[in-house]
Design a protein around this ligand. Sequence first.
Ligand code: SF4
Ligand code: SF4
Length: 421
Amino acid sequence: MHRTFSEGPFSQPPSFARPSLADFVEAAVERLRSGKEPLPAMGYFHDLAGKILRPPLLEKAKKEGRKVIGFYCAIVPQELIAAFDAVPIRLCSGLPASGHHGLPRDCCPVVTSSCAFLGSEGTSLLPDVDAVIVPAVCDWKSQFAEVISPHLPTFKLQVPPNKREASAHHERLRSLSLLTRFLEELTGRQFSRQKLLRSIKTYQKANYATRRLADSMLEEHSPIRGSDLLLAMNVSFFDDILSWTNAVMRLLAEVAERRPANHIASKPATRLLLTGAPIIWPNWKVPEIIEEEGGVIAAEELCSGARIFYDPVKIDEPTTDDMLRALAERYSLACTCPCFVPNDDRLFRNISLARRYRVDGVIYHNLRTCYLYHAEARIFRRKFRELAIPFLEIETDYSLEDHEQLAVRIEPFIEMLRGAK
Ligand code: SF4
Ligand code: SF4
């Protein structure tokens, strides 16, 4: 079916900044490749990052006659989509969208950009996507689901915000069972316990690879940069999970080989925890500024980073009920998105990361108009101050204009940390 946004209530999607989007992506990839001695295995991720406007996974899915299911958040269980032989592709975008047609002017940058990514002329993914899953985690995402639904089969995933309420567990299970029915209807396939089990095991390998990759930043002088790790995680949005896991394992093998020589040569680094709202490729200005100023992103707690696969789905028995329970728990109880309340485990996780990765300071990435992260930032600031860990809060969006303003904030912070070492 040929779909465009030319009809219906959302007739003018946000558009992308000109000059050419392709040039913008190419320049961003070129900067990655020209970075300090990238490991050869990073080439896989650089290549895919350069193909974001037309991910090869789409062509592959079409050739194989498989359904493509777009989804918009780390809260969506990819294992369940893959269990129906469909192809999950995360369509959250960091491309610099301009204009707000069809969406409120102060809409969250993730939603504006993701909307443009799906439907604007420069990318035109819309005809190749068979359905989307949008979690109702915040008002913007809920509105986004309404905006897309006239154009694509849309499943709005209800996410009970309170992790501790007894009734929330039943609601989560109900949401998953509705999603299962949606996927059955869309793919024309029946749910298979065996396929779900296989799918969970496949993703567990990605969990293992992700943890090892994150651990490679424990070393004072890892041969990969924190932004390499973040890029690898971002590329997983639109890659086949097996290919991606194999690419990470190749990268890990190179990390192990190169580690000793690098370790002897380098000076003490200024180590940082990068946390807050999602940083999504190719909007790479924050990681670039940090590393240009000599900072090391030793750890990150972003839903576009290691958090995507960090926690495995833990099953006790391979029964349907137990696997659905395990999925529901993994994608809510184990999730540290600030859309959940109470969310002290999120703060606890950030503090644990800061300690485990021996960071000198924390950079908190806020996105304009994201009230969830704004509300949380004050709590984080207070807590990290109590712990005497320097904390910098920055606010930005996915435009290209504020590079200088960000650099002016980040540079003195890193210098101050360096001076204090
Ligand atoms: S911040 Fe939370 S709700 Fe938003 S995309 Fe990330 S995990 Fe999903
Ligand atoms: S960044 Fe904030 S406002 Fe935007 S979609 Fe995620 S949670 Fe919602």
